[in-house]
Design a protein around this ligand. Structure first.
Ligand code: FMN
Length: 346
């Protein structure tokens, strides 16, 4: 597929509801993600012009290539929303056949399609014929552990026109528990010609290297690890391309990027919503930094961007002073756990 052409070791930011908004996607692209995907958008909400869902369609030139993901159960609504996605300028459209949550599955959307591979093929075919942009699919190994049917569903999706498939290597009944089973990737690859993207349990940069060496995947999609460490894309690329041990970003880079990300989020969502929704992102920037969780708690109570920025500036000043006095403390996790006794003025 054109999207992956000329990309060495493609790394894709996973679609994540409430997480992969425009600001987060822009930051992940800046940090080395090759491709990004929006959070899923309900087709029924799109065709009913629900404002909140239409806001999720907003994309920025600087984040391309970007895919917009939709979910739904009715072919006619999905076709109509696929056209809306195309008009919104997406580089590709991703169909969600993997969402495991009850509300979605009970409405015959998301992972429920895995119960009926023909229905999956019919939907994929209808959407592929309705739009000119590439249509991709994201699914799981099967509905239940004793009914893994990824070999059948993936083949049907390819035959129906899907141009790339991402496999979250768990079954629907596993939800997010247990381990992702990557061994299916090679079996799927053996029978398909479209790119196959591995997803599930990539936690550290080393896992991306393992994914590319232990399987024949064409790319790796990263979800939760990007929240807890947005630098994982850059660190993984350093490892994959240069064999270098991933470097840790400095406190200055972390705090400055956190400020840039927050500014973007507020430009897009306004101050109140932007500040509230940003709460989940602080831990990714503060990870491994001395006193991070305490500062995070304090920031949660602050209601203006200016005051959050002032707090972040104070924190950075403190960190730089602290690390110049205790250089051995920089990102030494075990030692951090023993630092409680050290007085902290923040
Ligand atoms: C908070 C959250 C929201 C998610 N939302 C979506 C979604 O909108 N669409 C989707 O296909 N998968 C969604 N997922 C699943 C992820 O895309 C991914 O498949 C899963 O987290 C496994 O990958 P990981 O181990 O790298 O996190 C979500 C996961 C999380 C944690």
């Amino acid at each position: 597929m054109e999207l992956l052409k000329n990309i060495k070791y493609p790394l894709i930011l996973a679609p994540m509801e409430g997480v992969t908004d425009l600001s987060f996607r822009l930051i992940c692209r800046k940090l080395g993600a090759d491709i990004v995907v929006t959070e899923f958008i309900a087709s029924e909400a799109l065709i009913r012009n629900i404002e909140k869902s239409h806001l999720k369609l907003k994309i920025d030139e600087n984040e391309r290539p970007v895919g917009i993901q939709i979910f739904g159960s009715k072919v006619s609504s999905m076709i109509e929303s696929a056209k809306i996605v195309e008009d919104a300028g997406a580089d590709f459209l991703d169909i969600n056949y993997g969402c495991w949550v009850k509300k979605v599955v009970n409405n015959d959307a998301g992972a429920s399609f895995m119960k009926d591979p023909d229905r999956m093929a019919e939907m994929t075919n209808a959407i592929s014929n309705a739009v000119k942009i590439p249509v991709t699919v994201k699914t799981r190994l099967g509905f239940t552990r004793d009914k893994i049917n990824i070999l059948e569903t993936s083949k049907k999706c390819e035959d129906a026109g899907a141009q790339m498939i991402t496999i979250h290597c768990r079954t629907r009944d596993m939800g997010m528990s247990g381990n992702a089973d990557w061994k299916w990737i090679n079996e799927v690859k053996n029978q398909l010609t479209i790119p196959v993207i591995l997803n599930g349990d990539v936690v550290e940069p080393e896992d991306t290297k393992r994914a590319f060496s232990e399987t024949t995947c064409d790319g790796v999609m990263i979800g939760r690890a990007a929240i807890s460490n947005p630098f994982i894309f850059r660190q993984s690329k350093e490892l994959l391309l240069n064999g270098k041990l991933p470097s840790e970003p400095s406190a200055r880079e972390r705090i400055n990027l956190c400020k840039d990300h927050l500014k973007l989020a507020i430009e897009i969502k306004g101050e109140k919503r932007g500040l509230t929704e940003f709460r989940k992102n602080y831990s990714g920037y503060f990870k491994g930094l001395y006193n991070g969780s305490k500062i995070r708690q304090r920031i949660f109570t602050i209601e203006t961007l200016d005051n959050v920025n002032a707090e972040l500036d104070d924190y950075l000043n403190f960190l730089e002073k602290y690390y110049s006095e205790y250089p051995e403390m920089i990102f030494h996790k075990e030692k951090f756990e023993n630092t409680e006794k050290i007085e902290c003025s923040l």
